[in-house]
Design a protein around this ligand. Structure first.
Ligand SMILES: CC(C)(COP(=O)(O)OP(=O)(O)OC[C@H]1O[C@@H](n2cnc3c(N)ncnc32)[C@H](O)[C@@H]1OP(=O)(O)O)[C@@H](O)C(=O)NCCC(=O)NCCS
Length: 421
């Protein structure tokens, strides 16, 4: 296969075929408009490859997810989140020396300017943490002006998210801030800054730290999803990394994207509180006259079990066991999964549990407030956004992202005087 033929008004046009390293096939239509005057129409971009990327590979049909070739299952079991950050952002797993260096830098850059804290304290305490997070990343630009491409910006963002997430929690709870410790790894530092006592030595539960680390790894990247594409889009205007990440946080906050993990827990809680049983919720999700969807089910790309959901399902059991907890919401989640997986509506549309279905149960066991769930998603995902942003900026084919449209509005008309409107 080398070319694809498009026939328009009886004339044939040839377009090159591009093959990916996993035999994915794309038609390169970069010259389509120039040679035919036509554009492709693909609302929602479900059939559009926006770039060539060597970061993350997903095979949605077979439930496969790999970061730079490594299966997510192996990464989740065998490496730390810092190693995954290095893999995504610097392209390879680090050796010991590189890893130690990265860890040291992640604590060095985790310290945020006192002014950032003042901005945080200007927000109403009841505000959503994702709105706070996005605003604080925007504010980074005012404290750490950037030329756009330096490694320092990258480290500041990668390390900053840890502190910002923890400080947002502390501020909302009315607690004094706990500063990052240089002796702790990323996940333990998050726990220390979030739950530690001001001035006291860190006291970290290893099981909890390991669970957080795994969650961060599973959320680290997912190729050209809505927030990664947003981050690339904003960065393609040569906006700073901070402005691009702030936009990515905004995209992630939506309930159809990162906000789904919060929505899952709220749904399970409603079932628990008797506002309907599992079967009723399944029926409501199938009812086309209702806009309700079963939260945590379905995925734009996975038409098979989300591999992250598989890992988290087992992890939820482990975490609850080791913390000696028995969460009735986990039982409801299992029942819901069972009913949905056997229901023809879900089977036919290949709707399986996604990453958000079980992550909420684990966050809850770790006593992370529901409102903070999407921030936890961002805590992992920032590394993916940074990797995607850098790849876009270093791409030899770099151009500002600027889609076209098919205009369906009024044809030219004259402005009538106001008395005739
Ligand atoms: C993730 C999601 C946005 C993907 O959407 P999408 O790829 O655009 O899929 P579509 O909206 O085209 O859905 C395809 C069909 O499945 C149905 N569907 C998809 N997800 C559904 C859900 N969670 N509950 C009930 N029905 C669902 C749609 O109604 C549609 O049915 P139809 O063909 O009869 O019209 C969607 O599955 C969803 O809203 N899920 C719930 C939110 C969620 O968990 N998001 C987190 C993603 S990680």
């Amino acid at each position: 296969m080398s070319n694809a033929k498009v026939t328009l008004d009886g004339t044939d046009h040839q377009f090159p075929i591009v093959e990916g390293s996993e035999n994915e096939v794309g038609i390169d239509i970069a010259k389509l408009r120039g040679s035919t005057g036509a554009v492709m129409l693909d609302p929602g971009y479900g059939n559009t490859g926006s770039c060539q990327s060597s970061i993350t590979y997903i095979d949605g049909e077979n439930g496969v997810l790999r970061y730079r070739g490594y299966p997510i299952e192996e990464l989740a079991e065998q490496v730390s989140f810092e190693e995954v950050i290095h893999l995504l952002v610097w392209g390879e797993l680090p050796n010991e020396e590189r890893l130690e260096d990265l860890k040291a830098k992640l604590t060095e850059y985790a310290v945020v300017d006192e002014g950032i804290k003042k901005i945080l304290e200007g927000f109403p305490r009841h505000a959503h943490p994702m709105a706070m997070l996005s605003s604080l990343f925007s504010a980074y630009e005012t404290y750490y002006p950037t030329t756009g491409d330096s490694e320092e910006d990258v480290l500041r963002v990668l390390a900053g998210i840890n502190t910002l997430a923890a400080y947002i929690y502390r501020y909302k709870e009315g607690l004094p801030y706990v500063y990052p410790s240089k002796d702790l790894d990323f996940s333990s530092n998050f726990l220390h800054m979030t739950y530690g006592s001001h001035g006291a030595d860190p006291d970290i539960d290893e099981v909890v730290a390991k669970a957080i680390d795994k969650l961060l790894i599973l959320h680290a990247d997912h190729e050209q999803n809505c927030s990664a594409s947003t981050t690339r889009m904003v960065g393609s205007a040569k906006a700073s990394l901070y402005a691009s990440i702030a936009a990515g946080v905004g995209a992630l906050s939506g309930p159809l994207h990162g906000g789904a993990n919060q929505a899952v827990l709220e749904m399970l809680r409603n079932i628990q509180e008797g506002e309907g049983d599992v079967a009723e919720y399944v029926e409501l999700a199938k009812d086309k006259s209702s806009s309700f969807r079963l939260m945590g089910f379905g995925h734009r790309v996975y038409k098979n079990f989300d591999p992250r959901a598989k890992i988290l399902k087992a992890s939820a059991d482990d975490v609850l066991d080791s913390l000696g907890l028995d969460d009735p919401l986990l039982d409801i989640a299992r029942e819901l999964e069972q009913v949905a997986l056997e229901d023809e509506f879900f089977v036919k549309r290949r709707l399986y549990p996604n990453v958000d279905f079980y992550s909420g149960i684990i966050y809850r066991a770790l006593e992370i407030p529901t409102e903070m769930f999407t921030v936890m998603f961002a805590l992992g995902r920032v590394s993916g956004w940074v990797a995607q942003w850098q790849e876009m900026r270093n791409d030899p084919a770099f151009r500002i992202h600027r889609p076209r449209q098919i205009y369906i509005g009024e044809n030219e008309r004259s402005v009538p005087p106001i008395s005739e409107r």
